[in-house]
Ligand binder design. Structure first.
Ligand SMILES: Nc1ncnc2c1ncn2[C@@H]1O[C@H](COP(=O)(O)OP(=O)(O)O)[C@@H](O)[C@H]1O
Ligand SMILES: [Mg+2]
Length: 187
Protein backbone atom coordinates (compact mmCIF):
# COMPACT_ATOMS: atom_id res chain seq x y z
CA UNK A 1 0.00 0.00 0.00
CA UNK A 2 1.34 3.40 -0.84
CA UNK A 3 -0.55 5.48 1.62
CA UNK A 4 1.53 8.48 2.43
CA UNK A 5 0.28 11.59 4.11
CA UNK A 6 2.19 14.86 3.88
CA UNK A 7 2.54 17.21 6.80
CA UNK A 8 4.71 15.22 9.21
CA UNK A 9 4.21 16.20 12.80
CA UNK A 10 6.96 17.68 14.94
CA UNK A 11 8.49 15.50 17.62
CA UNK A 12 5.78 14.97 20.21
CA UNK A 13 7.21 17.35 22.80
CA UNK A 14 7.01 20.23 20.36
CA UNK A 15 3.47 19.61 19.21
CA UNK A 16 0.71 20.71 21.56
CA UNK A 17 -1.81 18.26 20.19
CA UNK A 18 -0.13 15.09 19.06
CA UNK A 19 -2.16 12.95 16.65
CA UNK A 20 -4.23 10.23 18.32
CA UNK A 21 -2.70 7.70 15.96
CA UNK A 22 0.65 8.00 14.21
CA UNK A 23 2.31 5.54 11.87
CA UNK A 24 5.91 6.55 11.30
CA UNK A 25 7.82 4.90 8.48
CA UNK A 26 6.01 1.62 9.10
CA UNK A 27 6.98 -1.35 6.97
CA UNK A 28 5.27 -4.74 7.13
CA UNK A 29 6.33 -7.69 5.03
CA UNK A 30 5.06 -11.22 4.61
CA UNK A 31 8.11 -12.97 3.16
CA UNK A 32 8.83 -11.30 -0.17
CA UNK A 33 5.58 -9.35 -0.13
CA UNK A 34 5.86 -5.82 1.25
CA UNK A 35 2.36 -4.89 2.35
CA UNK A 36 3.04 -1.60 4.17
CA UNK A 37 5.91 0.26 2.57
CA UNK A 38 7.32 3.04 4.78
CA UNK A 39 3.83 4.18 5.70
CA UNK A 40 3.30 7.56 7.40
CA UNK A 41 -0.21 8.22 8.65
CA UNK A 42 -1.65 10.68 11.18
CA UNK A 43 -5.15 10.53 12.59
CA UNK A 44 -6.11 13.39 14.88
CA UNK A 45 -8.57 13.40 17.75
CA UNK A 46 -12.12 13.48 16.40
CA UNK A 47 -11.03 12.81 12.84
CA UNK A 48 -12.79 10.07 10.90
CA UNK A 49 -10.72 8.33 8.27
CA UNK A 50 -11.82 5.84 5.64
CA UNK A 51 -9.15 3.63 4.12
CA UNK A 52 -10.07 2.61 0.60
CA UNK A 53 -8.15 0.27 -1.63
CA UNK A 54 -8.38 -2.90 -3.68
CA UNK A 55 -8.77 -6.24 -1.98
CA UNK A 56 -5.37 -7.42 -0.76
CA UNK A 57 -3.84 -3.92 -0.71
CA UNK A 58 -3.15 -3.92 3.04
CA UNK A 59 -6.13 -2.27 4.73
CA UNK A 60 -6.69 -5.03 7.26
CA UNK A 61 -2.95 -5.39 7.84
CA UNK A 62 -2.80 -1.71 8.80
CA UNK A 63 -5.68 -2.10 11.28
CA UNK A 64 -4.29 -5.38 12.64
CA UNK A 65 -0.96 -3.66 13.26
CA UNK A 66 -2.81 -0.91 15.16
CA UNK A 67 -4.49 -3.60 17.29
CA UNK A 68 -1.09 -5.32 17.86
CA UNK A 69 -2.49 -8.42 16.14
CA UNK A 70 0.47 -8.16 13.73
CA UNK A 71 4.04 -7.19 14.43
CA UNK A 72 5.70 -4.68 12.10
CA UNK A 73 9.18 -4.99 10.60
CA UNK A 74 10.21 -1.33 10.69
CA UNK A 75 8.97 1.98 12.03
CA UNK A 76 6.90 2.98 15.04
CA UNK A 77 3.18 3.19 15.77
CA UNK A 78 2.10 5.73 18.38
CA UNK A 79 -1.30 5.88 20.09
CA UNK A 80 -2.27 8.98 22.03
CA UNK A 81 1.39 10.07 22.17
CA UNK A 82 2.61 6.69 23.47
CA UNK A 83 4.59 4.22 21.39
CA UNK A 84 2.58 1.05 20.91
CA UNK A 85 5.22 -1.03 19.19
CA UNK A 86 8.07 0.20 21.35
CA UNK A 87 8.76 1.23 24.92
CA UNK A 88 11.56 3.07 26.65
CA UNK A 89 14.24 0.80 28.06
CA UNK A 90 16.02 1.42 31.36
CA UNK A 91 18.70 3.26 29.37
CA UNK A 92 16.13 5.54 27.72
CA UNK A 93 16.38 3.88 24.29
CA UNK A 94 13.24 2.79 22.48
CA UNK A 95 13.12 -0.98 22.37
CA UNK A 96 10.48 -3.38 21.03
CA UNK A 97 7.45 -3.39 23.32
CA UNK A 98 6.80 -6.45 25.45
CA UNK A 99 3.35 -8.03 25.65
CA UNK A 100 2.44 -6.19 28.84
CA UNK A 101 3.23 -2.77 27.38
CA UNK A 102 1.29 -3.58 24.21
CA UNK A 103 -1.73 -4.68 26.23
CA UNK A 104 -1.77 -1.47 28.19
CA UNK A 105 -1.55 0.82 25.14
CA UNK A 106 -3.90 -1.37 23.11
CA UNK A 107 -6.63 -0.75 25.68
CA UNK A 108 -7.08 2.64 24.06
CA UNK A 109 -8.07 1.11 20.74
CA UNK A 110 -11.42 -0.47 19.90
CA UNK A 111 -12.05 -2.64 16.88
CA UNK A 112 -15.08 -4.16 15.21
CA UNK A 113 -14.00 -7.15 13.18
CA UNK A 114 -15.20 -7.89 9.67
CA UNK A 115 -16.81 -11.04 11.06
CA UNK A 116 -18.27 -9.75 14.28
CA UNK A 117 -17.24 -12.55 16.63
CA UNK A 118 -20.18 -12.05 18.94
CA UNK A 119 -20.46 -14.65 21.71
CA UNK A 120 -23.18 -16.97 20.32
CA UNK A 121 -24.38 -18.14 23.74
CA UNK A 122 -24.96 -14.62 25.05
CA UNK A 123 -27.77 -12.25 24.13
CA UNK A 124 -27.11 -8.73 22.84
CA UNK A 125 -27.07 -7.18 26.31
CA UNK A 126 -24.70 -9.83 27.71
CA UNK A 127 -22.37 -9.45 24.72
CA UNK A 128 -22.01 -5.72 25.41
CA UNK A 129 -21.72 -6.13 29.22
CA UNK A 130 -19.15 -8.92 29.21
CA UNK A 131 -15.84 -7.08 28.71
CA UNK A 132 -16.58 -4.07 30.93
CA UNK A 133 -17.46 -6.51 33.77
CA UNK A 134 -14.64 -9.01 33.17
CA UNK A 135 -11.85 -6.69 32.03
CA UNK A 136 -12.67 -3.30 33.55
CA UNK A 137 -14.30 -4.78 36.68
CA UNK A 138 -17.28 -2.49 36.24
CA UNK A 139 -20.16 -3.30 38.65
CA UNK A 140 -22.85 -5.26 36.79
CA UNK A 141 -25.56 -2.64 37.28
CA UNK A 142 -23.36 0.05 35.78
CA UNK A 143 -22.29 -2.20 32.91
CA UNK A 144 -25.92 -3.02 32.19
CA UNK A 145 -26.89 0.65 32.15
CA UNK A 146 -24.04 1.49 29.79
CA UNK A 147 -24.87 -1.48 27.56
CA UNK A 148 -28.54 -0.48 27.37
CA UNK A 149 -27.56 3.07 26.42
CA UNK A 150 -25.18 1.90 23.72
CA UNK A 151 -27.62 -0.62 22.29
CA UNK A 152 -30.28 2.12 22.22
CA UNK A 153 -27.78 4.37 20.44
CA UNK A 154 -27.43 1.80 17.66
CA UNK A 155 -31.22 1.33 17.50
CA UNK A 156 -31.45 -2.05 19.21
CA UNK A 157 -33.26 -1.17 22.44
CA UNK A 158 -35.96 -3.72 21.58
CA UNK A 159 -33.46 -6.55 20.91
CA UNK A 160 -31.56 -6.69 24.21
CA UNK A 161 -32.52 -10.31 24.89
CA UNK A 162 -31.96 -11.58 21.33
CA UNK A 163 -29.12 -14.00 20.69
CA UNK A 164 -26.84 -13.40 17.67
CA UNK A 165 -28.60 -16.19 15.73
CA UNK A 166 -31.85 -14.25 16.15
CA UNK A 167 -30.39 -11.03 14.71
CA UNK A 168 -29.76 -9.97 11.13
CA UNK A 169 -26.19 -9.45 9.91
CA UNK A 170 -26.54 -5.68 10.20
CA UNK A 171 -28.04 -5.96 13.69
CA UNK A 172 -25.19 -8.24 14.77
CA UNK A 173 -22.74 -5.68 13.45
CA UNK A 174 -24.45 -2.96 15.49
CA UNK A 175 -24.17 -5.11 18.64
CA UNK A 176 -20.46 -5.50 17.84
CA UNK A 177 -20.11 -1.71 17.52
CA UNK A 178 -21.87 -1.21 20.88
CA UNK A 179 -19.59 -3.85 22.39
CA UNK A 180 -16.46 -2.09 21.13
CA UNK A 181 -17.69 1.30 22.44
CA UNK A 182 -18.53 -0.18 25.85
CA UNK A 183 -14.79 -0.27 26.57
CA UNK A 184 -14.62 3.51 26.00
CA UNK A 185 -11.69 3.33 23.60
CA UNK A 186 -9.98 6.57 22.59
CA UNK A 187 -9.58 5.25 19.05
N1 LIG B 1 -0.66 -13.93 7.55
C1 LIG B 1 -0.33 -13.64 6.28
N2 LIG B 1 0.66 -14.32 5.66
C2 LIG B 1 1.02 -14.02 4.38
N3 LIG B 1 0.42 -13.07 3.65
C3 LIG B 1 -0.57 -12.37 4.21
C4 LIG B 1 -1.01 -12.62 5.55
N4 LIG B 1 -2.03 -11.78 5.84
C5 LIG B 1 -2.21 -11.03 4.73
N5 LIG B 1 -1.36 -11.38 3.74
C6 LIG B 1 -1.25 -10.75 2.41
O1 LIG B 1 -1.04 -9.37 2.61
C7 LIG B 1 -1.77 -8.63 1.62
C8 LIG B 1 -2.66 -7.62 2.31
O2 LIG B 1 -3.72 -8.29 2.96
P1 LIG B 1 -4.86 -7.50 3.74
O3 LIG B 1 -4.24 -6.46 4.60
O4 LIG B 1 -5.72 -8.50 4.39
O5 LIG B 1 -5.63 -6.79 2.52
P2 LIG B 1 -7.02 -5.97 2.49
O6 LIG B 1 -7.58 -5.91 3.87
O7 LIG B 1 -6.66 -4.60 1.94
O8 LIG B 1 -7.89 -6.72 1.55
C9 LIG B 1 -2.51 -9.64 0.76
O9 LIG B 1 -1.75 -9.86 -0.41
C10 LIG B 1 -2.55 -10.88 1.64
O10 LIG B 1 -2.56 -12.05 0.85
MG1 LIG C 1 -9.45 -6.61 4.70
Amino acid sequence: MNLSMPNPVQPTEASVEAPMVQFRDVTKRYGDLTVLDHLDLDVHNGEKVAIIGPSGSGKSTLLRALMTLETIDEGVIMVDGEPLTHMPSAGGQLVRANARHQRSVRGKVGMVFQSFNLFPHMNALQNVMEAPVQVLSLPKAEARERAEELLAMVGLEDKLDHYPSQLSGGQQQRVAIARALAMRPKV
